[in-house]
Design a protein around this ligand. Structure first.
Ligand SMILES: *[C@@H]1O[C@H](CO)[C@@H](O)[C@H](O)[C@H]1NC(C)=O
Ligand SMILES: *[C@@H]1O[C@H](CO)[C@@H](O)[C@H](O)[C@H]1NC(C)=O
Ligand SMILES: *[C@@H]1O[C@H](CO)[C@@H](O)[C@H](O)[C@H]1NC(C)=O
Ligand SMILES: *[C@@H]1O[C@H](CO)[C@@H](O)[C@H](O)[C@H]1NC(C)=O
Ligand SMILES: *[C@@H]1O[C@H](CO)[C@@H](O)[C@H](O)[C@H]1NC(C)=O
Ligand SMILES: *[C@@H]1O[C@H](CO)[C@@H](O)[C@H](O)[C@H]1NC(C)=O
Length: 217
């Protein structure tokens, strides 16, 4: 598979829970990188280079407490980031990127390519992973029931997504606009969780478009 370069332009994260308000923006030293990931002093995170079958990971340096109440309820949280996928060959790229919430800093046993640096051939689908991810997947992997080669999915311990949709956004009038993940253009993504409704919303839009009111997922 051909390789891609990924630039994460901005990261802004927020975890809100009872009596605690955590907020962190992009700041190189707050992150640890693994594999081919590279923290640029200009505020760019470059996750991979043009070497094939590489995986790059960047993790926030300090654990975020998601269960902070006596009854163990998961806190509401939201995060947004901007990314661009710039492949060596403009029309073809492998395999995508993912936003991940993991109990460990780094996922050292994960595989590259269709595993997206999230899981490997033995732990994919294992409930003990405790990994939730949002994948931005640019290759259709039949083994993981991928719907197409340009989709967004919510992954719960598995690369077989719980929910998935072709990449795009809903305009005010309800019409759907496609987004090409490998367009090389910056794309803003939002991951928002509401603990009372236990709903996770994923929204994406081109940088020049205001945040859509209706989430994609
Ligand atoms: C890409 O990153 C890998 C891992 O750090 C490194 O071994 C390789 O030399 C790099 N390739 C290029 C073209 O910079
Ligand atoms: C759990 O605790 C939180 C914070 O104390 C509270 O807001 C929430 O309503 C509680 N949920 C349940 C199901 O008791
Ligand atoms: C997959 O990852 C698990 C850790 O989650 C590790 O124990 C296992 O050895 C890995 N399997 C392979 C094939 O690398
Ligand atoms: C996520 O996976 C875990 C473990 O398999 C399961 O207990 C949980 O119900 C799943 N959550 C959703 C929303 O499907
Ligand atoms: C949007 O993407 C879907 C899925 O790839 C495709 O079926 C459809 O033709 C695309 N629509 C436009 C307007 O490009
Ligand atoms: C998720 O989207 C639904 C539908 O637009 C909305 O009602 C809900 O408030 C959103 N929740 C969050 C946490 O953004």
């Amino acid at each position: 598979m051909k390789v891609f370069v990924l630039l994460l332009l901005l990261m802004l994260n927020k975890a809100v829970s009872q009596g605690e308000r955590g907020e962190f923006g992009f700041n190189g030293y707050l992150y640890d990188s693994y594999g081919s990931a590279n923290l640029d002093s200009n505020g760019l995170l470059k996750l991979t280079n043009y070497t094939e079958h590489e995986t790059g990971q960047v993790f926030y340096n300090f654990p975020v407490r998601f269960k902070n109440s006596p009854n163990g309820t998961v806190s509401s949280f939201s995060t947004t980031f901007v990314f661009a996928i710039v492949s060596e060959i403009p029309t073809f790229s492998g395999h995508g990127i993912a936003f991940v919430i993991s109990p460990t800093k780094g996922l050292p046993y994960s595989f590259p390519s269709q595993y997206l640096g999230l899981f490997n051939s033995t732990n994919n689908g294992d409930p003990s992973n405790h990994v939730v991810a949002v994948e931005f997947d640019t290759i259709q992997s039949i083994e993981f029931n991928d719907m197409d080669d340009n989709h967004v999915g919510i992954d719960n311990n598995s690369l077989i997504s719980e929910k998935a949709a072709s990449a795009g956004y809903y305009k005010e009038d309800g019409t759907f606009k496609n987004i090409s993940l490998i367009s090389r253009k910056p794309i803003q993504a939002w991951v928002e969780y509401d603990s009372s409704s236990k709903q996770l919303n994923i929204t994406l839009h081109p940088l020049h478009v205001a945040k859509p009111k209706t989430p994609l997922l």
